[in-house]
Design a protein around this ligand. Structure first.
Ligand SMILES: [Zn+2]
Length: 125
């Protein structure tokens, strides 16, 4: 990987003015806890050790532009993401999907049958 591993981020090592941080690692609980928080933040909880080793998070994802080792700092974990705004997209997609499904259900005879065969009317025909 030659750039930031955050989904939707196109920053590369060649992009000026950025720092790239390794995903936290180490045997201490402080380190593994921080790693877990980072992976959750970048939505990569399923990553394995090899990917993590080669991945970097750029400084654009930190409020101050720098990662912090202070657990009380908001920059302890990356929190600035491009996809925050787009997170409604999956829902919009789902809505479209449901609308399409309803339309598909209402094609021709099967639609009329479906409406007729509601529980109250089922036995009238
Ligand atoms: Zn980035």
């Amino acid at each position: 990987m030659s750039g930031c591993c955050v989904y939707g981020c196109t920053n590369r090592y060649s992009t000026g003015g950025l720092k790239f941080y390794r995903i936290p690692r180490g045997p201490r609980p402080f380190q593994s806890n921080r790693r877990r928080l980072w992976l959750q933040a970048i939505k990569r909880v399923d990553w394995n050790e090899d990917i993590i080793k080669n991945s970097r998070v750029c400084s654009a994802h930190f409020i101050s532009g720098e990662a912090s080792l202070d657990s009380s700092s908001p920059d302890f974990v990356p929190s600035v993401f491009m996809y925050t705004k787009q997170s409604q997209n999956p829902n919009a997609k789902m809505d479209r999907y449901h609308r399409k499904r309803r339309r598909a259900d209402c094609v021709g005879l099967s639609c009329r049958l479906l409406h007729v065969l509601t529980p109250e009317h089922r036995w009238d025909i």
